[in-house]
Design a protein around this ligand. Structure first.
Ligand SMILES: Nc1nc2c(ncn2[C@@H]2O[C@H](COP(=O)(O)OP(=O)(O)OP(=O)(O)O)[C@@H](O)[C@H]2O)c(=O)[nH]1
Ligand SMILES: [Mg+2]
Length: 216
């Protein structure tokens, strides 16, 4: 345990320094950055596919996509007409250095709203500040009402929590009330958005929350 602390601390300290530089770099360009985190398959890309066209009239959007392999997600985003840059990394999380490099590639788009889709993982991304202004956890309601309590860090650190796939909850014996209680227990102050990216139910409050985000 003590060995783990010795190894991790300098890595995270260096990452925090770079993240602070990223935040200032984005702020100087009036670019608001959202870091979307979740377990694999919770619906981050689907949520973006539904969200981006609704924002297009109000905000100039761009996306950084993180994945181990393939540029499938970036292709899905580009199909909506929004610029996307894919990062492929052999890692369970994105870090601030990767974002610094990727942001340069999207600079010519001069986005005022930049989404980062993190690597699908409910644990590691929570430890790495990317220089974002807002953190969002996307959780699939099909995965069980106990999960926010079992994997609290990501939920606890998020400004907003999207409870996606509410259309599936009844088929998975998941009580939405219990899930909301579990979320509130670990993250009492986050904005919570139960919705279905598939049916569009509940999407509107989420869109309005995103549209109102500014650099902070
Ligand atoms: N029923 C239902 N399915 C959904 C919903 N949102 C996403 N899906 C499905 O869930 C699967 C995974 O969605 P993605 O958007 O690829 O998830 P992701 O979080 O981007 O996945 P990774 O990038 O691989 O971590 C796809 O088959 C989607 O069609 C939803 O609200 N309801
Ligand atoms: Mg994805």
């Amino acid at each position: 345990m003590s060995e783990k602390v010795v190894l991790e601390t300098p890595v995270l300290r260096k990452n925090d320094e770079l993240a602070a530089q990223n935040r200032a770099w984005f702020a100087a360009r009036r670019c608001t950055v959202l870091n979307l985190m979740s377990a694999p398959g919770a619906g981050k890309t689907t949520l973006l596919e539904k969200t981006l066209p609704r924002l297009a009239a109000r905000r100039r959007c761009a996306v950084i996509e993180g994945d181990l392999q393939t540029d499938l997600d970036a292709a899905r985003i580009r199909a909506t007409g929004i610029a996307a840059h894919q990062i492929n990394v052999n890692s369970c999380h994105l870090d601030a250095r990767m974002i610094a490099e990727a942001a340069l590639r999207l600079e010519s788009e001069s986005p005022d709203l930049l989404f980062i889709e993190n690597i699908g993982n409910l644990v590691c991304p929570a430890a790495y500040d990317l220089g974002e202004h807002w953190r969002v956890t996307v959780f699939s309601a099909a995965e069980g009402a106990d999960k926010p309590r079992k994997y609290p860090r990501m939920f606890h650190q998020s400004d907003a929590i999207v409870l996606n796939k509410i259309d599936l909850a009844p088929y998975c014996d998941v009580s939405l009330d219990e899930l909301l209680e579990s979320v509130r227990a670990v993250s009492p102050h986050a904005a919570v958005f139960p919705l279905s990216s598939r049916s569009g139910e509940g999407l509107e409050p989420w869109i309005e929350w995103v549209a109102a985000r500014e650099v902070r």
